[in-house]
Design a protein around this ligand. Structure first.
Ligand code: AMP
Length: 399
């Protein structure tokens, strides 16, 4: 299967060639015909599967074919600023040979440039919920002409507490529209929302969350909590890690780790919700351009960030929700590239590790630090054994 078989119009095929895409990903293969046939779609897919192109390409085509209408015709709602920027960039890339006007709005920055872009006339608007509602309340944006609505990362909207905002936005949409709904997981509240806002949808699922990207090699080190920062800097100094996202559970943790790495001569930036939009964008740009080697991030800040050629994902903290592990490691090994995920597990995190291994259906290979790392010390022998042979009633409780 290639893009030519999907009835895609030439100007879009041309941009895909320019982007270097040769074959559609599984979700694109499945979703593009459904959207072009004007069906609603429920897509169960995580980031990294090519889902942005899966909805952007057919929507651009439908809008091009029907010609320009008045008002905003297509709304794409996504939870984070970074995702919103990326979606808008993808639309710019795939639609570069079409006369479709698009822009992006998100909070945390002045609304002025955004409202100016809107006043010039827009066909596709990518937005985060808060800023969208704000501009709707100011009567700068009307949704009464929307014909296409995409809800992206619905489960993340729920996690981030945006679900009520999403419902408020949906209430303002015209009844007659085509809706595409994407979520990596389907908790009950999300399934209910999907049922409410979709009309007789076709269902598409790729890479269920429990089947970890198979190309990602997963490794595990048992490290004492207090040794983790030193262990990490040794790892980065001694192993051929070209670019890595390091995940921490907290914003403070991210800052502390980034400072520690910098002190050890490793170029690193932290990215999390307390950073300004400019700081985040600068950190991202310097990571993407290869100026910094490490991006230390919290899950929310990193969700959906699209970075090509990421060689490593490092779990500095083991996530307490198993699905988060799958999302994290899906950041590497994208679009066919091999990647490595390294997890640093301390004594208290073993219960989380067990949940993860249950979800992905396999044990993660664990390495003895002393044989793979010159400087770091192996954990005490007894502790290492305990990690794997602990009785159930000794396991730390989930918080
Ligand atoms: P997404 O899941 O939308 O975040 O996309 C993940 C990454 O895959 C992005 O870097 C896209 O540019 C890239 N991508 C999407 N579709 C294709 C394709 N058909 N061929 C190669 N790369 C792709």
């Amino acid at each position: 299967m290639n893009f030519d078989n999907l009835n895609i119009i030439e100007p879009i095929l041309q941009s895909l060639r320019e982007e270097g895409y040769t074959k559609p990903t599984p979700i694109q293969e499945k979703a593009i015909p459904i959207v072009l046939n004007k069906h609603d779609l429920l897509g169960c897919a995580q980031t990294g599967t090519g889902k942005t192109a899966a909805f952007s390409i057919p929507l651009l085509q439908l809008m091009h074919q029907q010609g320009r209408k008045k008002g905003i015709t297509c709304l794409i709602l996504t939870p984070t600023r970074e995702l919103a920027i990326q979606i808008n960039e993808s639309i710019a890339a795939y639609g570069r040979h079409l006369a479709i006007r698009h822009t992006v709005i998100f909070g945390g920055v002045s609304q002025l440039p955004q409202t100016q872009a809107l006043r010039n006339g827009i066909d596709i608007l990518t937005a985060t919920p808060g800023r969208l509602l704000d501009l709707m309340n100011q009567r700068i944006i009307s949704l009464s002409d929307i014909e296409f609505f995409v809800l992206d990362e619905a489960d993340r909207m729920l996690d981030m507490g945006f679900i009520h905002d999403v419902k408020k936005v949906v209430a303002k949409l015209p009844e007659k529209r085509q809706t595409l709904f994407f979520s990596a997981t389907m908790p009950l509240e999300i399934a209910e929302l999907a049922k409410k806002i979709l009309n007789n949808p076709k269902y598409v699922e790729v890479t269920p969350v429990s089947s970890t990207a198979e190309l990602v090699k997963q490794e595990l080190y048992f490290v004492n909590k207090s040794d983790k920062r030193d262990f990490l800097s040794d790892l980065l100094l001694e192993q051929p890690i070209t670019s890595a996202i390091v995940f921490t559970r907290t914003k403070h943790g991210a800052d502390r780790v980034a400072r520690h790495l910098q002190k050890n001569g490793i170029k690193a930036d932290a990215i999390h919700g307390d950073k300004s939009q400019n700081q985040r964008q600068n950190a991202l740009n310097s990571f993407k351009s290869g100026q910094s080697r490490v991006l230390v991030a919290t899950d929310i800040a990193a969700r959906g960030i699209d970075i090509d050629n990421l060689s490593h994902v490092i779990n500095f903290d083991i996530p307490n929700v198993a699905e988060t592990y799958v999302h994290r490691i899906g950041r590497t090994g994208r679009a066919g590239a091999a990647g490595i995920a390294i997890s640093l597990c301390d004594f208290e995190e073993q219960a989380y590790l067990r949940d993860i291994e249950k979800l992905i259906g396999k044990k993660i290979e664990y390495k003895n630090p002393s044989t793979h790392l010159k400087k770091a010390e192996a954990p005490p022998e007894g502790a290492k054994k305990d990690f794997r042979h602990q009785k159930k009633n000794q396991a730390p409780k989930r918080k």
